[in-house]
Design a protein around this ligand. Structure first.
Ligand code: PRP
Ligand code: URA
Length: 213
């Protein structure tokens, strides 16, 4: 079962997710298994992240009788933050293939650690249902905070975020900037180092995913 640390932070406490996290943290894991495992963890997390989604009753005919069943209400939109968020999309779509995918491009300036936005491709009706922001790393929280602001500006009203590794600094930043957003994390790490990397973390997620280290 996930552990709720404070209202907006839910950290997964599950042996299978912990096992897969060990693979992606390990510096000897090459980009291909890194990408595959990242995607699998995201898929496993979806089950809990979607727990609060609303459903509508529908009448159906089973082979035996008529019955009331339930389908998700609204249109789900997944929004990865490029580049690294892209690696989580396949795992999520595997279990929610009907979801739409919007894209936000944000890159962190390595000197200032401030995010620079370079792409914004979102559906026009983001308020049509739940929106899940996806980025494996929540470090200073600058990128996630900017992404959430972009989603709100685009009309999103029902938002949450999935990350794999969260730093306490990033969690605090989001709690201050967007206190209503629930953050789902596979792991809550210790701190940031002087270069803004999560410790122990897994290094640069985008570089490790695409072999550009
Ligand atoms: C990484 C990561 C987040 C950001 C987190 O992206 O995927 O978007 O850093 O850092 P923050 O919380 O301090 O803002 P990066 O900027 O390295 O871009 P990339 O995925 O293209 O490599
Ligand atoms: N971005 C990453 O990819 N890794 C970190 O540790 C921090 C920011």
């Amino acid at each position: 079962m996930p552990t709720t640390h404070s209202r907006p932070l839910i950290v997964f406490d599950h042996p299978l997710i912990a096992h897969k996290m060990a693979t992606i943290r390990d510096q000897s894991t090459a980009h291909r298994p890194f990408r595959a495992t990242l995607s699998q963890i995201a898929g496993l997390m979806v089950f809990e992240v979607t727990r609060s989604f609303k459903t509508n009753p529908v009448n159906i005919q089973t082979p035996v009788t008529s019955a009331t069943a339930h389908r998700l209400a609204g249109t789900v939109t997944i929004v990865p933050v490029l580049r690294a968020g892209l690696g989580m999309i396949d795992g999520i779509l595997e279990v929610m293939p009907e979801a739409r995918v919007g894209h936000l491009g944000l890159a962190r300036d390595e000197e200032t650690l401030e995010p620079i936005a370079y792409l914004n491709k979102l559906p026009a009706d983001l308020d049509a249902g739940p929106v899940i922001l996806v980025d494996p790393m929540l470090a200073t929280g600058g990128s996630a905070s900017a992404a959430i602001s972009m989603l709100k500006d685009a009309g999103a009203t029902d938002l949450r975020m999935i990350c794999l590794v969260a730093a306490p600094e990033g969690v605090e930043r989001l709690q201050n900037d967007h206190p209503e957003i629930t953050i789902y994390a596979a792991a809550l790490d210790d701190c940031l180092n002087e270069r803004g990397y999560i410790v122990p973390g897994l290094g640069d997620a985008g570089d490790r995913m695409y072999g550009t280290v």
